[in-house]
Design a binder for this molecule. Structure first.
Ligand code: GNR
Ligand code: NI
Length: 174
């Protein structure tokens, strides 16, 4: 297992549309396991493969209190999206340090393939419904910041670019 590097906004690679997985084999299971390790270490409640520069349709999620319910979604499809609108402060490991209001639908039905290669369907509500929509967005190259005003988005971009330059300078000196 390995910790993977998480890409940060405005890295253009986060805009890549991920490709469907054709077979759930050893290679895919390895990516899934590395994603869980990276997600729990961060820590985050979800991770899309796009965020670790793997452009295949793979998502890991664990919204449980004690981090005991790992969920793997390969080739996820949101087949039903209904219910009330709900606004939540969202965070994103690719937009570290920023929390912004995003309005989403609070109930959905998701079809996917599990880590075992078996298709399944899951009804999602609340935080899980929010999280799965946030992660499926990543697979489409879409980010939380796309839902906020251009002014706020640009401020976040400037701040993160500054941080990345500082980190690069620090790395160069070592
Ligand atoms: O860890 C995360 N928390 C979170 C909180 C509210 C809404 C969505 C999320 S997902 C985020 C991890 C992440 O960036 N996944 O892509
Ligand atoms: Ni995210």
């Amino acid at each position: 297992m390995a910790l993977l590097e998480i890409l940060e906004y405005p890295d253009p690679r986060l805009r890549t549309v991920a490709q469907p997985v054709t077979t759930v084999d050893e290679r895919i299971r390895n990516i899934v396991d590395d994603m869980f390790e990276t997600m729990y270490d961060a820590p985050g409640i979800g991770l899309a493969a796009t965020q670790v520069n793997v452009h295949e349709r793979i998502i890991t999620i664990d919204v449980s209190e004690d981090k005991s319910e790992p969920l793997t979604f390969i080739n996820p499809e949101i087949t039903v999206l209904d219910g009330e609108e709900e606004t939540m402060q969202e965070g994103c490991l690719s937009v570290p340090g920023f929390y912004e209001d995003v309005t989403r639908i609070e109930h959905c039905l998701v079809k996917a393939i599990g880590r075992d290669g078996e298709p399944f369907e899951m009804e999602c509500r609340g935080l899980l419904a929010v999280c799965i929509q946030h992660e499926v967005d990543h697979l489409e190259g879409k980010l939380m910041v796309d839902y906020i005003s251009p002014l706020k988005r640009n401020r976040i971009k400037d701040k993160l670019e500054k941080k990345h330059k500082q980190e690069a300078r620090r790395k160069g000196k070592k």
